[in-house]
Design a protein around this ligand. Structure first.
Ligand SMILES: N[C@@H](CCC(=O)N[C@@H](CS)C(=O)NCC(=O)O)C(=O)O
Length: 331
């Protein structure tokens, strides 16, 4: 089985981060393959590829494997430039990037995750809650979650209020006042859409009544997705071994980059390094030879279980890179 455009998305459908990518594919009409993963570890397909990074989604293009939706979206914009969804003017680019930082980094997602209704079946599965405790370093005990919920409602209400009274206040359809949804809409909408879908919001505090513009925007976005889906190619679904086999036999999608000699970390090309995210999933570190180190990306070379070289890419923001020999486990 092959993967259209050499692309395989490793994800599970209820991952709100993964939706950032599946929505992007749908809105762009880009063909791809998916390899559905378990929501908890172990993930034998990624293990066979020797990917230690444990977060979802992961995207492969040929033998290049990309971690983190922020890098994945950037790479897709570069690889499929005709009809890109990204902003073009400086001001709009700033808005797009700040929205990404706001939802991914500045706590909107983490506050949203702590609003998951405690009667969700998955929250009653000790395998899941234990897995997420090790992932986030916080308690997923129902009592603790219930205690934290009111404060998170306050924060999420603040986020709804920001959208309602600033970006969407003038009645625009899309955040950059465009005809159609753009990348900036994806950057902004995903945790809000997720919360509405999960019915995780107390209606006396956050509903269409208090925030009509935000709810209308979410409905518009869902409609736009629905109509894009009608004409977009359906993803090809690969079984784990098919996906692994495809990658082992694929070409690299991009050439190795360069190691910036002025990089503040002072690492040399070919150095053995460890790379890992510092906000969640931090106990899973990838080790390999440094291939690329530029301001917004690090790439290391590793070998799959079958002995084929892969290039594993991560963004710089939110990731740590250290020489593998300097006692990095202390950091
Ligand atoms: N900054 C990362 C965050 C990804 C993330 O936290 N994904 C969640 C799923 S929505 C995850 O990996 N949870 C733990 C897991 O599935 O193993 C990104 O943008 O891709």
């Amino acid at each position: 089985m092959s993967a259209p455009n050499d692309i395989i998305l490793f994800h599970y459908p209820f991952s709100p981060y993964a939706r950032r990518i599946t929505w992007y594919f749908t809105l762009r009409g880009i063909e791809y393959a998916q390899c559905v993963q378990s929501p908890v570890l172990p993930r034998p397909d990624l293990e066979a590829l020797n990917v230690s990074y444990r977060r979802i989604p992961v995207l492969s293009i040929g033998r290049d494997i990309y971690c983190d939706t922020r890098l994945i979206l950037r790479k897709l914009e570069e690889r499929f430039p005709d009809g890109r969804l990204g902003a073009t003017s400086g001001e709009q680019k700033a808005m797009e990037r700040l929205l990404e930082r706001w939802t991914v980094d500045a706590g909107v997602f983490w506050r949203a995750a702590s609003l998951l209704p405690s009667n969700l079946p998955i929250l009653n599965d000790p395998k899941f809650t234990k897995d997420r405790e090790s992932f986030t370093g916080r308690s997923w005990d129902k009592k603790d979650m219930d205690r934290a919920r009111p404060e998170s409602v306050v924060h999420i209400r603040d986020a709804f209020e920001l959208l309602e009274t600033t970006l969407l206040a003038d009645g625009r359809d899309w955040v950059l006042k465009t005809e159609k949804p753009t990348l900036a809409d994806i950057e902004a909408i995903w945790p809000f859409d997720w919360l509405v879908e999960l019915q995780a919001l107390p209606p006396n505090v956050i509903s269409e009544k208090q925030f009509p513009k935000v709810f209308a925007w979410i409905n518009r976005f869902r409609e736009a997705l629905k109509s894009a889906r009608a004409s977009a190619p359906k993803p090809v679904t690969l079984k784990g071994p098919e996906a692994v086999n495809f990658i082992n036999n694929a070409e690299f999608a991009e050439q190795a980059g360069r190691v910036d000699e002025n990089d503040p970390l002072g690492l040399k090309p070919g150095a053995q390094v460890q790379v890992w995210p510092i906000d969640s999933g931090f106990s899973h570190k990838d080790q390999g030879q440094l291939v690329t180190l530029v301001p917004d990306e690090v790439t290391i070379s590793k070998k799959t279980k079958e002995g084929k070289e892969i290039h594993l890419h991560a963004p710089r923001w939110g990731f740590r890179i250290v020489e593998a020999t300097d006692g990095s486990s202390r950091l």
